[in-house]
Design a protein around this ligand. Structure first.
Ligand code: ASP
Length: 322
């Protein structure tokens, strides 16, 4: 047999053996008190989540990468005013939107993040560019926006993010006595995130947010922090979190889910549920979505609801809020 033919056969066989029947994606649109959602709002949210999941799943079905699938899904949700990310981002105490996002590939621990950015249409796309085109993991504020301009990332006017509803939320938060940051979990607009496993066994995760209404200017939550808001590790799991960011940073929630699987041999459901229960005990509200290397999904939360959905090669489309 010629060397070339032999090489081809080896490469073909390796990729065949390495590709798997299991793949899938889960997304979330934030955890929080969602009791007041009207039927119409619920329908809109569920439709957007379903539509996003179906399109992202098609990427995976065609053999696309998990990093492309999670970036696509999060960017879709960032473009919708229904969620607290990108277009729908909530206001800080100065009446300005400051957005945070991060993305990670479990294949090689490639990770990128942006924080406190004000004029980028899709923070998640910029986070990926930070990972792929710089030597850094996180860029913030003005530096991140200059980088975006230099690489031709879409920059928009602040008017693009204008939202009457979010201004009302800010007013309400300010009117409350002792108004500190109002947890996004106490409102019905939420952070977005995605986790995916592709046919090559690569796990990726991504998270994007406008943070918390009435937060201090410059406040950064867990969403852009690798290990807190986002984590991806091949062979173990991928996680995107949502909730009261300060706690999620202090308890390194996303990484913790995977660490318990890796070191304590827990399954994804036990590991993630346990952590959410522990957070509940210290009044830390939120939820997370997680996927493991066999496309098992867990989507626990300790709030009234969490906008969430998943579709995998072994389970049909599933979208829920409560
Ligand atoms: N975790 C986000 C933050 O603290 C908010 C949320 O997920 O609702 O910025």
């Amino acid at each position: 047999m010629k060397v070339k033919t032999l090489l081809f056969l080896i490469i073909f066989q390796t990729s065949y053996i390495m590709s798997s029947d299991n793949f899938g994606i889960a997304v979330h649109g934030g955890a929080g008190v969602m009791k007041n959602l009207s039927e119409e709002q619920k329908q809109k949210i569920e439709n957007k989540i379903s539509d996003t999941l179906i399109k992202a799943y098609t990427i995976l079905e065609k053999g696309g990468s998990s990093i492309d699938a999670v970036e696509f899904a999060v960017a879709e949700l960032e473009d919708s005013p229904l969620f607290n990310a990108g277009k729908g981002s909530v206001y800080n105490s100065n009446g300005v939107q400051e957005m945070d996002a991060s993305i990670m590939s479990g294949k090689d621990r490639m990770a990128g993040a942006v924080a406190s950015i004000q004029r980028i249409k899709n923070p998640i796309k910029l986070a990926r560019k930070v990972a792929e085109s710089t030597e850094h993991v996180m860029l913030v504020g003005e530096g991140a926006e200059i980088f975006a301009k230099n690489i031709g990332e879409t920059i928009v006017d602040q008017d693009y993010f204008y939202s009457e509803k979010n201004l009302k939320r800010l007013k309400k938060a300010k009117a409350k006595k002792n108004a500190g940051i109002q947890s996004a979990t106490q409102d019905k607009i939420g952070t977005v995130g995605a986790v995916a496993l592709d046919i090559n066994g690569n796990i990726s995760a991504a998270t994007s947010t406008g943070g918390m209404t009435n937060k201090m200017p410059g406040r950064v939550g867990d969403s852009p922090i690798i290990g807190s808001g986002t984590w991806a590790q091949n062979g173990v799991c991928g996680v995107s979190s949502t909730g009261h960011g300060e706690y999620f940073i202090k308890y390194q929630v996303a990484r913790e889910v995977c660490a318990r699987i890796e070191y304590l041999d827990k399954n994804i459901r036990t590991s993630s549920k346990e952590i959410l229960n522990e957070l509940k005990n210290i009044d830390a509200e939120g939820g997370l979505i997680a996927i493991d290397s066999e496309a098992n999904i867990a989507m626990p939360f300790n709030t009234d609801g969490m906008i969430r959905g998943s579709i995998t090669s072994k389970s049909t489309l599933n979208v829920a809020i409560y």
